[in-house]
Design a protein around this ligand. Structure first.
Ligand SMILES: Nc1ncnc2c1ncn2[C@@H]1O[C@H](COP(=O)(O)OP(=O)(O)O)[C@@H](O)[C@H]1O
Ligand SMILES: [Mg+2]
Length: 260
């Protein structure tokens, strides 16, 4: 359904992003792909669909929930949760990682507290590298700042150089902050001078926005006057997330109050 308010996961529900998807899929052998675009433009949707089509195991780490100055337990919990979500595809790799990781039922736990069993991020990447894998950090600019950001960046740079089976995908709404974080132009950054492939997600054109809404409403068998579609398109200038939001507001009968 085009007008579903959650991030899309299948190409059939994603309007007009074939070019961006194919760009990602045909560059998936590169070590680093960066997907940029403003909030609600469809970055998460595009990487969800790409990851579902890529045909190799992946881990999707949603950095939105990281607090400022996140600590090690925050980061490891996030990665543990992401590994747990992909457990069915990763179970073979994870089982062979000795020490530092335990699997209990459907949950993966990364051990980071002292003792011999601990594992750091670079080691984790090295071990995931045993087989082809894609590791995506959604809203990766959230990794910036705080005591661990240097370690995260070092681990990414280490994996970029040595872990040939890993492809990283980073997305970011705040492009300046994201580029600041990876620092490919900053001689002091561990990722300095590394090549990455950028995929930019842009607004729909006016015609695309209109076509998108018409198809979306048609799928739901809802008849909507062209004047309403134009009102929505005029208000939201090609940003799919807001078009979907407004369409759903109309369906719920509250477009008028938002629009006024
Ligand atoms: N190309 C698209 N076709 C259909 N719906 C889309 C498209 N792009 C985004 N959306 C919808 O817009 C909303 C925001 O998308 P999302 O992927 O979360 O954007 P971002 O991650 O850039 O903030 C979601 O409801 C999603 O379903
Ligand atoms: Mg997103």
């Amino acid at each position: 359904m085009l007008l579903d308010e959650r991030p899309k996961t299948s190409r059939a529900d994603l309007y007009d992003r074939d070019e961006e998807l194919n760009d990602i899929l045909s560059n998936i052998d590169k070590p680093l792909i960066v997907v940029t675009g403003i909030r609600r433009i469809g970055k998460t949707s595009v990487i969800n669909v790409a990851l579902n089509e890529v045909g190799v195991p992946y881990v999707l780490i949603d950095c939105r929930s990281l607090r400022d100055n996140y600590g090690r337990s925050d980061l490891y919990r996030l990665i543990s949760n992401a590994l747990s979500s992909s457990l069915d595809k990763l179970i073979d790799i994870l089982r062979r990682i000795r020490g530092g990781i335990s699997i209990m039922g459907n949950a993966v736990e990364i051990r980071w507290r002292g003792g011999r069993e601990q594992i750091n991020l670079a080691e984790l990447f090295d071990r995931l590298n045993e087989r082809r894998i894609v590791i995506a950090f959604d809203e990766a600019q959230r990794l910036r700042g705080g005591p661990l950001s240097g370690e995260v960046l070092n681990a990414l740079a280490h994996a970029y150089d040595f872990d040939r089976n890993i492809t990283f995908i980073l997305t970011g709404s705040e492009v300046g902050l994201l580029y600041d974080f990876i620092g490919v132009e900053d001689p002091n950054s561990p990722l300095f001078g590394r090549y990455f492939h950028e995929v930019r997600i842009d607004r729909f054109t006016r015609d695309e926005s209109i076509d998108f809404l018409r198809r979306g409403f048609r799928e739901l068998n809802i008849d909507v006057p062209m004047s309403i579609i134009e009102e929505i398109v005029n208000a939201f200038d090609g940003i799919p997330g807001w078009l979907v939001y407004a369409a759903n507001a109309y369906i719920r009968g509250c477009w008028g109050s938002i629009h006024d």
